[in-house]
Design a protein around this ligand. Sequence first.
Ligand code: CP3
Length: 356
Amino acid sequence: MPQDSVPHGAGPEQREESAFLLACRRRPVPHTPVWFMRQAGRSLPEYREARAGIPMLEACARPDLVVEITMQPVRRYAVDAAIFFSDIVVPLKAIGIDLDIKPGVGPVIADPIRDAAAVDRLRPLETDDVPFVSEAVRALMGELGGTPLIGFAGGPFTLASYLIEGGPSKTHDRTKAMMYGEPELFARLLDRLADIAATYLKIQVEAGARAIQLFDSWVGGVGPEDYRTSVLPHSRKIFTALEPYDVPRIHFGVGTGELLGLMGEAGADVVGVDWRVPLDEAVLRVGPGKALQGNLDPAILFAPWDVIATRARDVLARGRTAEGHVFNLGHGVLPTTDPDMLARLTDFVHEESAAR
Ligand code: CP3
């Protein structure tokens, strides 16, 4: 089993030294680790330059670009982890689903999945479907040094919503119509998506990723009872499949205040919290035995620095009530964010937390 194999020359000391991995494992840290969801992307001028004229999905399939874009925020900020540059729909594209990522819109599916025949056509993901992923992760191992790479996949509800709706949705009407009206079909779809996500994550971990994050971004639209019945079993299948690899498993969604305990129960080691629930309250909702990640409102970064600093200090103070805390935003970096603010925030989190 791969759990004891330290990939690509990173010695055991390096593994121990990563503040990010230590916090995920609820061990003492030299400082509170920090990374940012969507740290690679449109807020960086060097990203816009690297991507000029290259469609998003094409960029995701080019290891040279994936390595460059993953490294960009690591060069700029003293972040404690890198996130693999890809997208949650990459494995769906790889199994032959006709989809595109439209700039300013998001993933759009040509033939939405709405009946049993379409669900049954979804085939499993094989390693050979995404050779560029393993290649890019392996190349990143040579670039990152001691900075751990986080692999990721889309959660079953979020992927199902894109597939059923055919694109982004605020209300997820058709998705919920299937969840309520055709629960067996919905379960079959989520089960297949769980297998695809688990394989996609394993590929990244086997190539060297040292933590994984399951982004079920839009699952906050589901109430707790329906989450428990219709989503949790599929997320649990993913986390269980990753268990033998012994990498920290992070679980995040937006608007999931009422689901935090269940998202931990699904098998996450670290529960991601959006900006709506204060971290000390999230600690109570999640219960013992879990680390937390979050949760500064990404929009705070448009306020003056003293406001940002006060709010970041508050997040750190509340985070101290958790058994482990990974500092992050409550959702992704907004495209118009000033990168200098993120650089300053990263240093501030390190200095404030190391001083104690
Ligand atoms: O820096 C990172 O976090 C790594 C890269 C990353 C991307 N997508 C790159 C991307 C990650 C982790 C994702 C995950 C993702 N993709 C999620 C979950 C995270 C979240 O934000 O909740 C979701 C819901 C998607 C689906 C998706 N893909 C959306 C909503 C969009 C934005 C559409 C738009 O243009 O506003 C995308 C496209 C996308 N994925 C971009 C990037 C950098 C923008 C594409 C571009 O630069 O043209």
